[in-house]
Write a protein that binds this ligand. Structure first.
Ligand code: CTP
Length: 445
């Protein structure tokens, strides 16, 4: 009996898939089809697969060509499967020519001609037109955004705007995109506007982009006044537009897992959340020179407030701040204390003071601890009274992590509402309110 194996995602099942399976089956007597999990696809950058695994399995089953279906979970599994199932022929489409030659030592490798003019990518683009991204701002975060956005299929970064035209030109040249001289031209070339400009400019840019009918992804802190955040979210809602605040932690899989586990009752009732994030900056950095909107809390506070608001909600009874200031009045280190009816929280941020960045969630029967960089949540532990009883959890965090928010935003634009819980409008409004209060108390309101 000749055993054949092939692999694929088989998303939005199409004729190319059908013809490949048909010919794969004809190569032997028994065909095994490996279908990728969502998690595996994500690790290889296929971030917007539309059909869930079960639908994709069902579709392959319906063809009647597969004698057995298995799930492909990781790189390197192919080699194991070939040994395990005693495979004679490995086959895939000709788009993979050469890639799997390393398997030739173990079985025959056959690349079948790919069916022309059809692919899942094309179908996704037809059903969900490519969203063109325009970037405002050309700083460090914009630089990190570019390679991350390139990994999300369904979006294309098209153009950049910076009032300093020369910076826009340099950025555009580096990344092979267009530099727009004026904002009207910029809006015409964008469907999603990614705002990565200094904090103080966010509100005006968001408002203008929404008024031009564009979806907006804005770096944190989206707003520094509660009323402005509420106004913008009402404006987005009225225009049927998506407005996302880019706090990357909120969208990464590890943080979602941590919240899920924290809320599961594993540590009893949550009573205290302590979040700390420090990142030393040079005294001449924008973060420490901008005497109006710079400083530790506006820069890093969003990260630390995130787990607090997600776990305790928006109705804190009291908030107060303590800061260590530089000579120019900027906060080098800030600690915010929040009191809730049933718990306490602290958010500690530093640009000029280094501390142990940690997220500690204490409950009535145990605690959860995530060490720095917990804001790129990859690993955390659950501890109980017995020090030997430790549960360890890990989750992937790929690259700079911006791909997760871009991907979620795209899903929302394409009509998926399931991910709304990750960062709600209410979360963004409460955060803006806290920033406003902080700046007012510092005399910078
Ligand atoms: N395939 C094919 N002809 C096509 C499309 C896919 O023969 N027109 C083959 C691929 O080479 C692979 C299998 O079908 O062996 C599963 O491919 P998959 O990656 O799931 O499909 P694509 O349409 O290529 O998906 P995408 O556009 O997301 O890469």
């Amino acid at each position: 009996m000749v055993k054949v194996i092939t692999y694929g995602t088989f998303d939005l099942f199409h004729e190319g898939h059908y013809r490949l399976l048909q010919r794969a089956k004809q190569l032997g007597d028994y065909l095994i089809v490996g279908i990728t999990t969502e998690e595996y696809d994500q690790t290889r950058g296929k971030l917007n697969v539309k059909d869930p695994l079960l639908t994709r399995i069902e579709n392959v089953k319906k063809t009647g060509f597969a004698d057995e279906i298995i799930v492909e979970e990781s790189e390197g599994q192919k080699f194991q499967d070939i040994k395990k199932y005693k495979i004679d022929i490995f086959t895939v489409g000709s788009d993979w020519i050469g890639t799997f030659d390393y398997l030739k030592d173990y079985c025959r490798v056959v690349y079948l001609d790919r069916t022309k003019n059809i692919s899942s990518t094309m179908l996704r683009a037809k059903e969900f037109p490519i969203q063109r991204i325009g970037i405002i701002g050309t700083g460090r975060i914009a630089e990190r955004f570019m390679p991350e956005a390139a990994l999300v299929s369904g979006v294309n970064t098209q153009c950049v705007y910076n009032p300093h035209m020369e910076s826009a030109r340099v950025f555009a040249r580096k990344w092979g995109i267009d530099a727009c001289e004026d904002l009207e031209a910029f809006y015409r070339s964008s469907d999603i506007v990614y705002i990565a400009s200094p904090h103080g400019t966010h509100y005006a840019y968001i408002k203008q982009a929404l008024e031009h009918g564009k979806h907006v992804l804005c770096e944190k802190p989206m707003c520094l006044k509660r009323e402005q955040a509420a106004e913008l979210s009402a404006c987005a809602k009225a225009g049927n537009l998506i407005l996302f605040e880019g706090i990357k932690t909120a969208y990464c899989p590890g943080f979602a897992k941590l919240l899920g586990i924290a809320c599961s009752g594993i540590i009893g009732n949550i009573r205290c959340v302590e979040a700390c994030f420090t990142k030393l900056e040079r005294p001449d950095s924008r973060e420490l020179r901008d005497t109006k909107y710079g400083g530790s809390f506006t820069e890093l506070g969003s990260y630390c407030l995130l787990p607090i608001l997600k776990l305790f909600g928006h109705d804190y009874q009291e908030i107060r701040f303590e800061t260590i200031e530089a000579e120019n009045g900027i906060d080098l280190y800030t600690r915010a204390y929040l009191r809730y009816r049933n718990g306490l929280a602290t958010a500690s941020c530093g640009l000029g003071v280094k501390s142990e960045g940690k997220l500690l969630i204490s409950g009535t029967t145990g605690y959860i601890v995530a060490e720095a960089p917990w804001w790129k949540t990859g690993y955390f532990e659950v501890h109980h009274e017995d020090p030997n009883e430790v549960e360890r959890f890990s989750e992937r965090f790929l690259g700079d992590g911006l791909r997760y928010e871009i991907c979620d935003m795209l899903s929302r634009i394409n009509g998926d509402t399931r991910k709304d819980f990750k960062l709600t409008r209410g979360d963004s409004e409460t955060m803006a309110g806290i920033m406003e209060r902080f700046l007012t108390e510092c005399g910078r309101g």
